[in-house]
Design a protein around this ligand. Structure first.
Ligand code: AMP
Ligand code: FES
Ligand code: ZN
Length: 313
């Protein structure tokens, strides 16, 4: 297998582009893919301060490395989810990555911010762990971006994540989610702009990049992610891709090209009607989902009401 660009020995094949690359040319290819996404979807510029949500996994750590190489101004944010050894390792690897490269990182603990770990929250709210985790991440990422003066929030979602999510959303015609499935979501009523600069790159490409750069990341999956459906959709997409290379990319980017036709920007979206009584962020109810969750978790045993706002210091 020879590198498509320089004809030396290739280290990775990329069937969807009918290409293989040596280490040096793969590096150039990967950087170009990220640069292209940032430009095409107008994600951010050199003037922006980017809050990068870093989990300790390969995608977000590699993205941090890439954004630094491209000269963007980044601030890392890690949320310690309190999930036993998994979170201990995730936090350790993120902190070490930042320290070794002299990067700015802020770490918050969900137990401190929400009153309990993902497991505690899930038990009290009787919601699946991933759902409680998702509500907390959305709220705390957004809050952190504002606190640290950032104009945009970036995550490490890759092409596999986005294509499998799209498949799930289409199979169930989740219009609300499909409307928002965009690698660059503009700022909206108190919610900061959100971007996914790795949306052109696969898991395999990100793992290869991390390996080449000696990035030490958490390999195991979160033990709480029982989202078997999402894993199944990824498996299905990979089976299709094996038979017909390029389908995953064509499916996802085909949707993005048609998105506005399916879900036109009407401009008549009404803003959230409330300001959360507790955190004072725009909300769809008097108390936002995160504050309701926190109030439930911190209520004394036996107290089913949500009436007692507790302020964090
Ligand atoms: P996941 O949903 O676990 O696949 O994560 C998708 C992206 O969300 C990651 O690439 C990170 O950018 C971000 N993320 C997930 N978990 C955390 C965390 N605990 N702290 C900070 N960012 C996270
Ligand atoms: Fe949220 Fe595992 S990462 S529950
Ligand atoms: Zn609130």
């Amino acid at each position: 297998m020879k590198c498509r660009a320089c004809r030396s020995k290739a280290i990775i094949d990329i069937p969807r582009h009918n290409a293989a690359f040596c280490g040096t040319c793969f590096d150039a290819y990967l950087i170009e893919q990220v640069r292209k996404s940032i430009e095409e979807y107008q994600m951010f510029s050199q003037e922006d301060r980017v809050l990068l949500a870093v989990s300790g996994g390969k995608d977000s750590l590699a993205l941090w490395d890439i954004l630094e190489r491209l000269g963007y101004r980044t601030i890392g944010y890690h949320l310690d989810l309190g999930i036993d050894e998994y979170s201990v390792e995730s936090t350790e690897k993120t902190v070490r990555f930042a320290r070794e490269r002299n990067l700015t990182l802020h770490v918050e603990e969900i137990a401190r911010e929400a009153g309990g770990s993902v497991v505690d929250i899930s038990k009290v709210t009787r919601r699946p762990p991933c759902s409680a985790c998702g509500v907390s991440k959305r709220h705390l990422f957004n809050r952190a971006a504002k606190t640290y003066g950032c104009t945009v929030l970036a995550t490490g979602h890759n092409l596999d994540d986005e294509a499998s999510r799209l498949l799930g959303n289409i199979l169930h015609w989740q219009d609300g989610y499909l409307e928002k499935q965009n690698p660059s979501l503009p700022e909206d009523e108190g919610l900061i702009r959100k971007v996914k600069p790795l949306n052109r790159l696969t898991e395999k490409e990100m793992a290869t990049y991390s390996f080449m750069k000696g990035i030490d990341y958490v390999i195991r999956e979160c033990p709480m992610s029982f989202d078997a459906k999402q894993l199944f959709y990824k498996k299905v997409m990979n089976e299709i891709e094996k038979e017909s290379p390029g389908t995953k990319q064509a499916f996802y980017f085909g949707f993005l090209q048609r998105r506005e036709r399916f879900y036109p920007e009407t401009g008549d979206k009404s803003p959230p009607p409330y300001i959360c009584q507790v955190c004072e962020e725009p909300s769809y109810s008097e108390i936002c989902s995160f504050c309701r969750l926190r109030l439930k978790v911190t209520a004394p045993p036996g107290d089913e009401s949500l009436s007692r706002p507790r302020t964090t210091s």
